[in-house]
Design a protein around this ligand. Structure first.
Ligand code: AHR
Length: 503
């Protein structure tokens, strides 16, 4: 197999990689919030103010930049006042969307804000447009962010929080084409115009980044319809009317109905999964082209606030809990997506993998007091070097591989950035199920002086379990040579590699 070249131009930056591209999503779904994050302060599981210590430590280590909450479909049925005040009097209700279990509202606004404080991350609240009122959404923003005298600010103070919090991002509805109200794009566009009006900036120096509900997958008519409706007679448009619009895309190897096993798959399904993941690049480009028609200055971000693998639930678990295992295949899905987001950072300003703990492509799984980090976690751990970096122009040679014509993929994908540490950060995925690849890295008008590497690799089915917690981890990668300023290395099959390069 011939050596593939990776060309990097350190002199050409193409955009800023927002840390929020590595964001997370946490919904009141299965064991994501309850058990995953929040165990209550009287739990035997070590915790600080109810947030489990092992999980918080692990999340801090990968520098989680932002966490979206409370949903998802749950958000458009969530009434925030049910989740404030004395816990024993909070409403108990059925989580109708997810598993039909009792939701006791013990994790509400104050608990979410405490979680973000402990993690040191930005806040992303998703409001209820589907079944909530404009007044309810408006009051929630007032409750969280107003520092003066007002009914909602007073209520917050009465509930024990004198100072307002920062709301960095606010989603005005979720999946309003589906679980958020089955609306048409025109109807939603008009509702967006109205609801967002009352998502006020109470602090003149802090703008809440407002996110409209964007399309599912390839629903280009939704994107166009919402934008057309929102841009009509909206001269103030560029002034904080809409800062972002979402895109949701999940990787289902066998389609939405069947999905497919998280752990039991063959080479054919490996390539099928990865090729379906690669499809997000076309989605981003085509949705961005529609955005370009309305937003010439690229002011509106494409916010991929739900992405990742969605497999059949683990046998014996509640189908409404969406609990799945996570293998090396998920590590590749994570690396491929993050490379694509980096390369489109001119439009992709935030992305939130679904979902942070115990749900879909989680970075952490728990079982009572036990916790494991998934292969996806270790990929995020490597990619954190790209946070706040500048994207560099790069190109990698690759071959088209796969089993069936329909599911071909490039053998290699990459993204490269100039980090805040002054080093070049290269992340490469080898999508091949059976072939290692030799790569020669060439910097234009510069030479590589020193490099450090790390890798997530294994058999494609490898995963961590509660019995074998560290089968897949991030390992040191030192199989490279520097000759005459060129860096040569061999990336094993089924691997994600990160190289930090001093030049
Ligand atoms: O992440 C699970 C669900 O997927 C979310 O609640 C919803 O927004 C999407 O359909």
């Amino acid at each position: 197999m011939s050596t593939k070249k990776l060309f990097i131009n350190p002199a050409k930056t193409l955009g800023h990689i927002n840390p929020e591209i590595q964001g997370q999503f946490s919904e009141h779904l299965g064991r994501c919030i309850y058990e995953g994050i929040y165990v209550g302060d009287d739990s035997n599981i070590p915790n600080v103010n109810g947030m489990r210590t092992d999980v918080m430590d692990a999340l801090r280590a990968i520098k989680v930049p932002v966490v979206r909450w409370p949903g998802g479909c749950f958000a458009d049925e969530y009434h925030w006042k049910d989740g404030i005040g004395e816990k024993s009097t909070r409403k108990r209700m059925i989580n109708t969307h997810w598993g039909g279990v009792v939701e006791d509202n013990s994790y509400g606004t104050h608990e979410y804000m405490e979680f973000c404080r402990q993690l040191g991350c930005k806040t992303y609240i998703n409001g209820n447009l589907g079944s909530g009122t404009v007044a309810e959404m408006s009051e929630w923003v007032e409750y969280m962010t107003f520092s003066g005298v007002s009914p909602m600010a007073d209520l917050r103070k009465k509930n024990g929080h004198e100072e307002p919090w920062n709301v960095d991002f606010f989603g005005v509805g979720n999946e309003n084409w589906g679980c958020g109200g089955n609306m048409t794009p025109e109807f939603y566009g008009n509702e967006y115009r109205r609801y967002q009006t009352y998502v006020r900036d109470y602090n003149s120096d802090r703008h809440i980044f407002k996110i409209a509900c964007g399309p599912n997958v390839d629903d280009y008519s939704w994107m166009d319809g919402v934008l057309k409706t929102c841009f009509r007679n909206a001269p103030d448009f560029l002034h904080g009317f809409m800062d972002g619009i979402s895109l949701h895309y999940y990787t289902h190897p066998e389609g939405w109905e069947v999905k497919g096993s998280a752990t039991d798959f063959d080479d054919k399904v490996w390539y099928k999964t990865l090729s379906k993941t690669m499809y997000i690049e076309e989605l981003i480009e085509r949705h961005a082209a529609i955005l370009d028609r309305y937003d010439h200055g690229k002011k509106i971000g494409l916010i991929v606030d739900e992405w990742g693998t969605w497999f059949t639930v683990e046998p014996g678990t509640n189908p409404g809990f969406l609990y799945q295992q996570n293998t090396i295949r998920d590590a590749l899905v994570a690396g491929i997506n993050l490379n694509i987001f980096n390369k489109h950072c001119d439009r992709v300003r935030m992305a939130n993998i679904a979902q942070m703990i115990n749900v879909l492509q989680a970075v952490i799984l728990t079982d009572g007091e036990r916790m494991i980090k998934t292969p996806t976690y270790h990929v995020f751990d490597m990619y954190k070097a790209h946070q706040d970096a500048e994207l560099l122009e790069s190109y990698i040679e690759s071959e088209i591989i796969g089993i069936e014509d329909e599911f071909k993929v490039p053998s290699l994908t990459e993204s490269v950035s100039l980090g805040t540490d002054g080093q070049i950060h290269i992340t490469v995925c080898n999508l091949s199920a059976d072939a290692d690849h030799d790569i020669e890295t060439i910097l234009s008008d510069a030479g590589v002086e020193e490099a450090l590497g790390e890798i997530v690799t294994g058999d494609m089915h490898d995963m961590n379990t509660f019995e074998d917690t560290d089968r897949v981890t991030k390992k040191e990668f030192s199989e490279f040579r520097i000759t005459d300023g060129r860096l040569n290395f061999t990336i094993p099959k089924c691997s994600v590699v990160h190289l930090s390069v001093r030049f």
